[in-house]
Design a binder for this molecule. Sequence first.
Ligand SMILES: Nc1ncnc2c1ncn2[C@@H]1O[C@H](COP(=O)(O)OP(=O)(O)O)[C@@H](O)[C@H]1O
Ligand code: SF4
Ligand SMILES: [Mg+2]
Length: 315
Amino acid sequence: MTPLLSVRDLRIAYSGSDVVHGVDVDVPDGPYGVGLIGESGSGKTTIARALLRLHPVSGGSVSFDGQDVLGLRGAALSEYRRSAQIVFQDGDGALDPRMSVYSTVAEPFAVHRTVPRSERRARVALLLDEVGLPADVSTRYPHQLSGGQRQRVVIARALALEPRLLVLDEPTSALDVTVQERVLRLIERLRAERGLAYLLISHNLAVVDRLCESSVVLYRGVVMERGSTVTLLSRPLHPYTRALRAAVPEIGVTRPPLTHVATGASTPGAPTGCVYADRCPLAVEICRTETPALRELDGRDVACHRAEEATAAGS
Ligand SMILES: Nc1ncnc2c1ncn2[C@@H]1O[C@H](COP(=O)(O)OP(=O)(O)O)[C@@H](O)[C@H]1O
Ligand code: SF4
Ligand SMILES: [Mg+2]
């Protein structure tokens, strides 16, 4: 079956220097979740923005429902922007501080002229109800809302145009644990009720485990491993996936971000050899000279010269 969103060999640069080096991701039609996992600086937000045509790419292709997204112009681009919506992490300036909740959620109706003015109040009320907000928040402004309420407003606005795809960029990482749980439940419910497909960006494996059928593990703009989330979490083969997994023995429990797991920081740069070599306990000479290709092994795709050793070790 053709995926709803299909990304091939995506390359993205800042000021001429590549930070995303040939990423492939598929998102099937909903209800379906794909996790994009990786620590801070690995290129997740950059990919999300490029998929929504908010940042130019330096190469590769993106297709949505069979259409070439990167070539869309005018009315076709506007239509794509209705069908695919992005939810940024709270605090990323997602809400205009001068706009009330009502104006924020109703704005897409006006911009895309999908709902006549006379019906907008009722539609906004339905959306607020759908994301679990009381009707009286509609007259409030962002600074009068809690972090969890603001994130619900962002989600209500994203849902206003009945998208087929949501890109959720760390939707809960700025929220405290209880509020996080409520937003996760909201995503689960919307997925079931609306049949949504989503790309869920997270550095929290427990979140991805709960909401995503398949996952892609990214490190410094390169895919390390991808496959079904169950396979990756139960038998990770890539040393980086294994390090992430080892840090969350009790998957299913919401935990703090995993950035403390490994040492060092993700920095951009054209990769020669394996991008993980500086931090990999298994690195050998070939890892520094030859870039490991993503290849199929034991029911998933993995980019590591020594992945067989993890299979042999029975992990
Ligand atoms: N506006 C920008 N200008 C230059 N470099 C950027 C910019 N935004 C992000 N980067 C760099 O691109 C890389 C990927 O960043 P980002 O996509 O934000 O990662 P993530 O979302 O995984 O934390 C990082 O090395 C980051 O420093
Ligand atoms: S290719 Fe080498 S450095 Fe890269 S993850 Fe595998 S063993 Fe480690
Ligand atoms: Mg980010």
